[in-house]
Design a protein around this ligand. Structure first.
Ligand code: GLU
Length: 258
């Protein structure tokens, strides 16, 4: 059984880039007779905005999306992440690290703390010994489990078979595959769609002040998202749910080369 998902971070309302990710994952799931789940990635509480989850769900509804089962909140799942982290620790696959973000550098982690913590007096993060994937962080020094671990634990717990998301997460996929192997999980299929940018070429996000999608313009904005994904324009005058049904019929035929 195909199970897909959309996993927004409730740091603000959905913008056009998140609409594209929702639409691509939805059409892929529904056109394959699959389920489509929504998961709130609200683990990084300091970055989350109270009430943003409700605004996101209302927008999804107004845009005609229907999800299966209850919405899962990552903030309620810390125990599951801790259990998997302990497993990695018992298997000797993680090590503590005192490096600040700056010391760790912008690219792959240089391995400074790999054979012993440089400064044990500082708050410690925990990294996996993944070498080729860059010894990424799974438990942050502020005590929050990192995105890479939580997303892998949740995709497995929810039985996700297919992940369709933006190409901005391409780098994350080999890291997630590494964790799936380490934790003995099945590996979902991954497909990445192009990322929406603004006139300056920056990825649309809260940081780049991307405007929120507007429920009053749902049909029009869905049409723009279709165009962005290279799909035929939906006929004028359709309600959002009808546009999504129209898209399901197009999806496999028009995107098989994507
Ligand atoms: N929560 C992530 C984001 O909003 C998406 C995670 C994913 O699709 O794997 O960028």
């Amino acid at each position: 059984m195909y199970r897909g998902r959309f996993a927004p971070s409730p740091t603000g309302p959905l913008h056009f880039g998140s609409l594209v990710a929702a639409l691509a994952s939805y059409l892929d799931a529904r056109s394959n007779g699959g389920q489509w789940l929504v998961r709130m990635e609200d683990l990084d509480l300091p970055r989350c905005v109270p009430g943003a989850d409700g605004i996101i769900l209302q927008a999804l509804e107004a845009f005609g999306f229907e999800w299966d089962g209850p919405v899962v909140y990552q903030s309620a799942r810390t125990g599951a992440y801790r259990a998997q982290f302990e497993k990695l620790r018992q298997d000797g696959l993680v090590y503590p690290c005192s490096c600040s973000r700056r010391e760790a550098g912008g690219g792959d982690y240089p391995g400074t703390c790999r054979d012993g913590v440089r400064d044990p007096g500082r708050p410690l993060a925990w990294r996996v010994r993944a070498a080729e994937q860059g010894d990424f962080v799974v438990l942050r020094s502020d005590g929050y489990f990192a995105y890479q671990l939580s997303v892998v634990v949740d995709d497995a717990a929810q039985g996700i078979t297919d992940v369709v998301r933006g190409a901005d997460l391409l780098d994350s996929t080999p890291r997630q595959n590494w964790l799936q192997a380490a934790l003995g999980y099945a590996v979902p299929r991954y497909r990445h769609v192009r990322v929406a940018t603004n006139a300056e070429g920056e990825k649309l996000s809260k940081q780049t002040n991307a405007p929120a999608i507007e429920s009053g313009r749902a049909s029009e904005q869905l049409g723009e998202a279709f165009e962005f994904l290279g799909l035929a324009k939906p006929p004028a005058g359709l309600a959002p749910a009808e546009i999504l049904r129209f898209g399901q019929r197009l999806w496999n035929a028009e995107t098989s080369g994507m």
